[in-house]
Design a binder for this molecule. Structure first.
Ligand SMILES: [Ca+2]
Length: 349
């Protein structure tokens, strides 16, 4: 049996960054050296290999687990970097004290009931009377909203967290709502052989990573313009029929709800357990081969990506649509992993 462990604590500096510049110059970014910025990666890997049986039956097993924590230690005097992904939505932030490219958006904290709505109308009166702002020290009766215009207010809308506590939901209320980095990842594999038969299987898993499932932009907007996830059947209709899972009311105008706001609604658990490969082979007896002047002959059947168990609603929890390090874990309808079945014959002369 073999056990290998590695611990590392690595600080990267002299980081290259594509600094955005005005496109009038003919380019949209220029490579800059962020000499004072510091990124830390800290973690450990553990690998265990075991020969469980040797002799007539050979049985091996190996497993590994990796834990990595990524953190921007210093931006080197630079402002936070907000990265814009699709539909001009700023979806990721790189900020001191947090992992690179953390998810950036609004935090959904509930659904507005009819009582909340009535209170928001009371707040609205004060807001309008005071010249489209609240008096100093005013305490909201209802939830904070992004607009006190009547057509934007409705029960069944999402209640957003008023992060800066100013009584209105504005871009200043965007906050860190997750990140793509798993708590730990790993895998295990086993191989078994007996007489001419060989069998191997390998599995991979990842726990605690998240993905911005931006397909929600269309599939979860309830605007009536396209197919939706099945979960929207359980949406809020009234206080008597509140639905489940905090799905807001359907609306042709989605402004106050999910579509226009990158929010915690988009962030999904991307933990998974995947069967990466299973192979079954058979090496034909040597005495048959000798007659045919063949050194060896093995037939095999192999399957890749046979199944993935995941709570993630998209196709592939390991998705990365944006190739930028600053925008990890973003899904915009990426192609799923292929499940591959192969049948083969190995001949050696
Ligand atoms: Ca606010």
């Amino acid at each position: 049996m073999n056990i290998i462990g590695n611990y590392y604590n690595s600080i990267s500096s002299d980081i290259l960054y594509d600094y955005p510049i005005s496109s009038i110059s003919g380019a949209t970014s220029t490579k800059t050296n962020l000499s004072a910025a510091k990124i830390r990666n800290r973690g450990f890997d553990l690998q265990l290999d075991a020969r469980l049986l040797t002799g007539k039956v050979n049985w091996n097993f190996s497993t590994n687990i990796s834990v990595n924590r990524n953190k921007v230690v210093s931006m080197g005097g630079l402002d936070d970097i907000i990265s814009t992904s699709e539909r001009s939505v700023g979806s990721h932030i790189t900020k001191e004290g947090y992992p690179i490219g953390s998810f950036y958006g609004y935090n959904a904290i509930g659904i507005m009931s009819k009582a909340d709505y009535a209170n928001a109308l009371l707040d609205r009166e004060i807001y309008l009377q005071n010249g489209n702002k609240f008096p100093e020290g005013y305490e909201l009766k209802g939830p904070a909203v992004s607009s006190y215009s009547l057509d934007a207010l409705s029960y069944g809308n999402v209640i957003w967290e008023d992060v800066n506590g100013d009584g209105l939901i504005t871009t200043d209320d965007k906050t860190i709502i997750g990140d793509a980095y798993p708590d730990f990842t790993g895998g295990f594999s086993t191989s078994l052989s007996w007489k001419g038969i060989d069998f191997s299987a390998s599995f991979a898993y990842s726990y605690g990573g998240e993905v911005i499932n931006f397909q929600d932009y269309y599939l979860y907007n309830m605007e009536g313009s396209g197919n939706q996830y099945a979960i929207v059947a359980d949406r809020y209709i009234s206080d008597e029929q509140p639905g489940r899972n905090n799905v807001p009311i359907a609306s042709r105008i989605s402004t106050p709800n999910t579509s226009l706001k990158l929010s915690s609604y988009y962030v999904e658990d991307a933990s998974f357990f995947r069967c990466a490969n299973i192979t079954l082979g058979y090496t034909l007896p040597q005495r048959w081969m000798n007659k045919l002047h063949i050194a060896s002959c093995r037939v095999y059947f192999s399957g890749d990506n046979l199944f993935t168990i995941t709570p993630y609603r998209g196709y592939n929890p390991e998705v990365s649509y944006k190739s930028s390090n600053l925008m990890p874990g973003f899904d915009w309808g990426c192609y799923p992993l292929s499940r591959i079945y192969s049948v083969g014959l190995n001949l050696t002369f």
